[in-house]
Ligand binder design. Structure first.
Ligand code: TYM
Length: 330
């Protein structure tokens, strides 16, 4: 049975391996068999106050990188969030039933508030409500995302269920976070701890050239090496192995794991191999990014067609929601 799939990526910079393996890899498979809506979350990027040229540049860049990864506008609906005015309207309606306590308890809100103490704006607080609007505007059932978005999906289900309860309807499905490999994924960064992220400075971007990738990987944090066989790994080393498991062949992974376990590993050698394997994966994508960058006519067409397609589904939902709430024609 065909499901309705919705997901997006914020337009705050270049896409990295975390975005690819947490989200895009799933988009590529899902677009082959389901009704998919993939978008550029440019409203969400406003929480950090980009300049107008950064907003436009980053939005354009995410579009290019989506296409370079293989998102196919013939197979999925590929659009820009801000082109669909029904989304902010649904966001406003959902905001009436979103409570301060639950919004303040959201982990990403607390984290952002800590990182940008001088800019704790209402958009940041209600970020999960806008995200819920993105998802339920198409009545999605599955949302391909990385592990870091799990709580947002739980909140989306709460908002959807609350709407249904409040109006005594069975209108919105309760969407679930989704990954093909069953478990949601967290790609680690190169700085020894935590996840790869745009703002953490620990990411390998899909557009990075080979030299940049080599430099970044060679600088990745390691430890002084195992001193006894089968020693548990420290976090930076476990992270390197996680990356290698995704990027390298099973034989290569096993080779370095064996070297780790018998204490003969040389991290420099492991990193060199990892860098080369990342380069093999990213370079075809980088080439497509570069060639699409100059094709403004095509990009414009993609955005126009995507907006038209997304509006069909969004406007139907909003019409029905308004009716349910009681905004009726005279
Ligand atoms: P964003 O832009 O931070 O990330 C986009 C997608 O990439 C995934 N991701 C990762 N997955 C695994 N490991 C990592 N290190 C890693 N870094 C990023 C994220 O989980 C996400 O799937 N709030 C969303 C954007 C959004 C959205 C939505 C997503 C807005 N509306 C509706 C789904 C549905 C965000 O900030 O993602």
């Amino acid at each position: 049975m065909s499901e309705i799939i919705v997901s997006g990526i914020r337009s705050t910079g270049n896409l990295h391996l975390g975005n690819y393996f947490g989200a895009i890899q799933n988009f590529l498979k899902l677009q082959e068999q389901h009704e998919c809506y993939f978008f550029i979350a440019d409203f969400h990027s406003l929480t950090t106050h980009p300049t107008p040229s950064d907003l436009y540049g980053n939005t354009r860049q995410v579009l290019i990188e989506y296409l370079a990864c293989g998102l196919d506008p013939e197979k999925c609906t590929l659009y820009r969030q801000s082109d669909i005015h029904e989304i902010p309207e649904l966001y406003l309606l959902l905001n009436m039933n979103a409570y301060l306590g639950e919004l303040e308890r959201c982990t990403t809100f607390k984290e952002k508030a800590r990182k940008q103490p001088n800019n704790i704006n209402a958009g940041l607080l209600t970020y999960p409500v806008l995200m819920a609007a993105d998802i339920i505007i198409h009545k999605a059932t599955k949302v391909p995302v990385g592990k870091d978005q799990e709580q947002h999906l739980e909140m989306t289900r709460n908002f959807a269920a609350r709407f249904n309860r409040m109006y005594g309807v069975n209108y919105f499905p309760e969407p679930v976070a989704y990954n093909f490999g069953e478990q949601l994924i967290k790609i680690p960064g190169l700085d020894g701890s935590g996840k790869m992220g745009k703002s953490e400075g620990n990411a390998i971007n899909l557009i990075d050239d080979p030299d940049t990738i080599r430099k970044k990987v060679m600088k990745a944090v390691t430890d002084t090496g195992p001193t006894e066989p089968n020693q548990p790994m420290t976090e930076p080393i476990a992270n390197l192995f996680t990356l290698m498991k995704i990027m390298s062949s099973p034989e290569t992974y096993q080779y370095f794991l064996d070297r780790y376990n018998d204490c003969s590993i040389r991290y420099g050698e492991m990193k060199k191999q990892l860098a080369e394997d990342i380069i093999v994966f990213t370079q075809p994508i980088r080439e497509k990014i570069l060639s699409l960058s100059s094709n403004q006519t095509y990009l414009k067409k993609v955005v126009q067609v995507g907006a038209e397609k997304a509006r069909v589904s969004a406007s139907k939902t909003l019409r029905e929601v308004r009716e349910i709430i009681g905004f009726k024609d005279f």
